[in-house]
Ligand binder design. Structure first.
Ligand code: FAD
Length: 395
């Protein structure tokens, strides 16, 4: 029987979780790998840059507990163990209703396609974002540049902010990550004994001026100045401008804009939602196309809850459903698997942790085994990371 050709685009959380759930076994010992090679009904190819980045640990660069080497994994051995062909390339177009994938160097046909191409940020939303701001969400290079700049300062004013894209009815942006970065910055400056020489501001046009709650309390406990409700008109050299032209001085601005799907979605034959995501249904199927699935930060949600975020955790739940559904449609059945909607994230503050949680079925995280606020949560978050990276590297 001719093997079905499957193409996976991207090697981030969504794609790797997709592989984990699509294969019958998440771990493949060598002899099983050979059997798999002989008897598998699928020929799988992944197109990407080969470098997996554990994004949730980028804020911890501030404390020196993490660096580039610690959170980057060469993904080729993982794919090889699973008999998945790796193509080191960028996809530039998708044609024929998803059946043809074009890269900078080639052209690949498929029977089924999975897209886990991650987020793009609305960097043109506020002028000067690219030129004058840093962001932990833009990746390791940007975070390293921010730290270099921070290390040149003995005193100063640092603004951290985020803007959310809520056009698709859920939270497409990086609020929690900026809160975490602000708290870790406070922790590190205290550790260095220089905190009183710095003002730290947190701004977001998406948070009401009088907002109250656990996160606000944490920020106030740390003397972080809240500029809720504030949106700069423009970032400029040495600070930012208010809507009325008033200049706010800042030595460093960290800013994370709202999220949409990468340009590839708009340029190719993929449908795009009002809010700029790849438009998928509740099964992760790209609307209007056959055997094309997508999950993770690039994809929309059908019937979202208003608090639903883009998260690695959600990428896992969505990719799990998409993987099972792809198996079903390849067997000529209807897709039947939906996914649970849940926000679950541990806010690492260095010397303290907070579990941010919301679920559509109100179930608590990990059967309520852990306290909602405790330094132990920082250890737990780092244990999740270690286990996942060990799995990718060796299993
Ligand atoms: C600073 C920070 C902290 C975070 N903290 C948490 C947390 O505590 N908990 C949590 O659950 N989530 C957290 N997240 C969010 C989480 O990292 C993302 O939701 C997750 O990475 C999304 O996975 P993804 O696969 O959709 O995208 P990514 O992980 O970004 O992967 C996208 C992949 O697609 C590839 N790609 C893109 N375009 C192309 C193309 N044209 N051709 C080929 N390949 C392409 C990229 O190279 C990459 O491999 C955090 C994110 C950041 C930035």
């Amino acid at each position: 029987m001719k093997k079905k050709k499957i193409i996976i685009v991207g090697n981030g959380f969504a794609s790797l979780f997709f592989i984990q759930y699509f294969l019958l076994l998440p771990v493949l010992p060598v002899f099983v790998s050979w059997l798999y090679k002989l008897f598998s009904k699928h020929e799988i190819t992944l197109i990407g840059n080969g470098q997996f980045i554990y994004f949730p640990s980028i804020p911890d660069f501030i404390t020196g507990h993490r660096n580039r080497e610690k959170i980057t994994v060469d993904i080729e051995p993982y794919l090889k163990r699973r008999n998945i062909k790796f193509v080191d390339d960028m996809v530039t177009d998708i044609q024929d209703g998803g059946r043809t994938v074009i890269t900078t160097k080639g052209r690949y046909s498929n029977d089924a396609l999975f897209l886990g191409i991650g987020p793009a940020f609305l960097k043109n939303d506020i002028p000067g974002t690219v030129e004058y701001t840093y962001s932990p969400c833009s990746g390791i290079d940007d975070m390293e540049r921010f730290l270099e700049k921070l290390n040149t300062l003995k005193q100063g004013t640092i603004y951290l902010g985020f803007k959310l894209n809520k056009e698709d009815g859920f939270v497409a942006g990086r609020g929690g990550q900026i809160y975490e970065t602000a708290c870790l910055l406070d922790y590190e400056l205290k550790k260095r004994g220089v905190r009183e020489h710095f003002n730290i501001h947190l701004f977001s046009p998406n948070i009401e001026v009088n907002e109250k709650g656990a996160i606000t309390d944490l920020l106030l406990e740390r003397n972080i100045i809240l500029d809720y409700g504030y949106e700069p008109k423009e970032f400029i050299e040495g600070g930012m401008l208010d809507a009325n032209g008033t200049f706010r001085q800042a030595d460093i601005v960290l800013f994370s804009p709202g999220i949409v799907a990468p340009e590839l979605a708009v340029k190719s034959c993929l449908p795009v939602s009002v809010g700029g995501h790849i438009d998928v249904d509740q099964y992760g199927q790209v609307k209007g196309l056959e055997n094309v699935f997508s999950a993770g930060d690039c994809a929309n949600h059908e019937h979202p809850t208003p608090w639903l975020p883009h998260q690695a955790h959600m990428a896992q739940l969505r990719s799990q459903a998409a993987a099972k559904n792809m198996r079903e449609v390849l067997n000529k059945d209807e897709a039947t698997h939906t996914y649970r909607k849940e926000l679950s994230c541990i806010l690492n503050m260095g010397n303290d942790g907070l579990w941010l949680h919301a679920a559509e079925d109100n179930k608590p995280p990990l059967w309520n085994l852990f306290p909602k606020r405790s330094k132990k949560l920082v250890t737990l978050k780092s244990a999740f990371e270690k286990l996942y990276l060990l799995y990718l590297k060796y299993l």
